[in-house]
Design a protein around this ligand. Structure first.
Ligand SMILES: Nc1ncnc2c1ncn2[C@@H]1O[C@H](COP(=O)(O)OP(=O)(O)OP(=O)(O)O)[C@@H](O)[C@H]1O
Length: 119
C-alpha cells in the first residue's frame, strides 16, 4: 500500500479523499479540484516501480479520448509518486453486473457487444 501525505495538494490543485481500488500497478483514489470542487480520480504509481506503466497509460489515454475513456486533467510527479489525475467514471461493468444479480438481459448484452465492437 502506498504511503503519502494526504494533506499535501497534488500539482497545487488536487486533494485525495478516499481509495477507489487498485490494479496490476498503482492505486486509484477519489479526489477533488480545490479551485472548482470537481470530483476526479487520481492514480498513483511509486517512482520505485520495477516496470513503470503509468506514463504509457497517460500517453495512450491522451491519444484516444472519447466515450467511456477518462479525460486526463493532470500528469506529473508528487512526493515520490507519479500521478495521473483524470475524469471520475461511474460504475465499471463488474459493478453493474453485480447490481443486477449477475444477469444481464439479452438487450443489454447486445448493446454491450455493439459498444465493444464498434466504439
Ligand atoms: N477514472 C476512474 N474513475 C473511477 N474509477 C476508476 C477510474 N480508474 C480506475 N478506477 C477504479 O480503480 C480500480 C483500479 O483501477 P486500475 O485502472 O488501477 O486497474 P484495473 O484497470 O482494474 O486493472 P489493471 O491495472 O490490471 O488493468 C478499479 O476498480 C477501477 O474501477
Amino acid at each position: 500500500m502506498l504511503q503519502f501525505d494526504q494533506e499535501k495538494p497534488i500539482g497545487n490543485l488536487y486533494k485525495i479523499t478516499n481509495k477507489l481500488g487498485s490494479g496490476s500497478f498503482g492505486e486509484v483514489f477519489k479526489g477533488f479540484n480545490m479551485e472548482t470542487n470537481e470530483i476526479v480520480a487520481i492514480k498513483l504509481e511509486s517512482q520505485e516501480a520495477q516496470m513503470p506503466q503509468i506514463k504509457h497509460e497517460f500517453q495512450i489515454l491522451s491519444a484516444i479520448q472519447g466515450n467511456g475513456i477518462p479525460k486526463v486533467h493532470w500528469f506529473g510527479q508528487w512526493e515520490d509518486k507519479t500521478v495521473m489525475v483524470m475524469e471520475l467514471l461511474g460504475y465499471n461493468l463488474e459493478q453493474l453486473f453485480n447490481l443486477v444479480n449477475r444477469r444481464f438481459e439479452l438487450k443489454t448484452m447486445l448493446m454491450l457487444i455493439d459498444q465493444m465492437v464498434y466504439q
